[in-house]
Design a protein around this ligand. Sequence first.
Ligand code: MLT
Length: 393
Amino acid sequence: MKPNKNYSSLKESYLFSEIAHRVADFSKANPDAEIIKMGIGDVTRPLCEAVVDAMKKSSEDMGQAAAFHGYGPEQGYDFLREKIQSYYKSFDVTLDLGEIFISDGAKSDLGNILDLFDKDNTVLIPDPVYPVYVDTNLMDGRKIVFADANEENGFLPMPQDDVAADIIYLCSPNNPTGAAYNKDQLKVWVDYALKNKAVILFDAAYESFIIDPSLPRSIFAIDGADKCAIEFCSLSKTAGFTGTRCGYTIVPKNLMAEDMSLNKMWLRRQTTKFNGVSYVVQRGAEAVFTESGLKQTRENIAYYRENANIITKALDELGWYYTGGKNSPYIWLRCPDGMDSWAFFDKLLTEIGVVGTPGAGFGKNGQNFFRLTAFSTHENTEKAMAKLKKLFS
Ligand code: MLT
């Protein structure tokens, strides 16, 4: 038996596992210390009533012979895919039902999609970035080139004509920086991908946090994207599904790689390796897109947005540079006094019990940056910011 040696080029543990271990070690040594978690982007608001009601009812169905559901349709139930189709229509994006694939979340599909691509492709990934894009390509041994995201370009790197790439990752609004591309900027990326016969893997997991109506919520709002992009989205942050698990991936029928249809390849891949998301969860997901579901989930997003305001207000008072927090639940701040991000992490954990995410975990350009999430409670967000201001003023 020979192992996949590419795993030896990975860091010892996944970023958020490393953080969880450090916090657990600290809590063990200091059992009375209060810890406020603003690290991993995990939500705190419960599922909304519309979702809970739909899941209760569908659970009852599963206990009755007449309403019981076994294996579901391969791409997900039409009742959910039709709702997603109408949701996209609400921001002027037209999708064919056959382009929508229901999944258990964006992270798995972002990793699994790589089954469709040769290991010989060159991958272009912004830095800093959600570590899943880098790690999944390292596991396959693909060559990675990085696009620097930094203060000079507002953490929104643009393509460079002298860099050739086959697979391009974009996330907007961005994890970790919270920066969001406008339509003109995304059009430049789409044109670059079309010219290079590359594919854009577009992570739209944070689209529901966009409040600026001029910002695109989908790459498919851009002309030509249906010939060069795949979009991943999730209900984790939109509707609090981090523990419930449901997302969707859009693979356009117009998207070809040489003479192969990526839509057909993805269907073939999914029908072979995935048996779908449970009926109960898909019913819950359907409820997210009903009138009451959309209203209730938007209330939760407004709650997190208020947290983002609390955080950015504190950072303004401290006079620290940051991005994000407007169209995104993430706030990306420059560590004070040129501090290294892991040193800043340890300082906040040990001196005020606040957990964030060190920017270095997202790439070299995050070395002196730090990410805070707006997903905590109001009470804890207020408390954490009061402690931060006290520590540094
Ligand atoms: C994050 O904190 O970056 C996200 O919660 C991770 C994820 O969505 O998998």
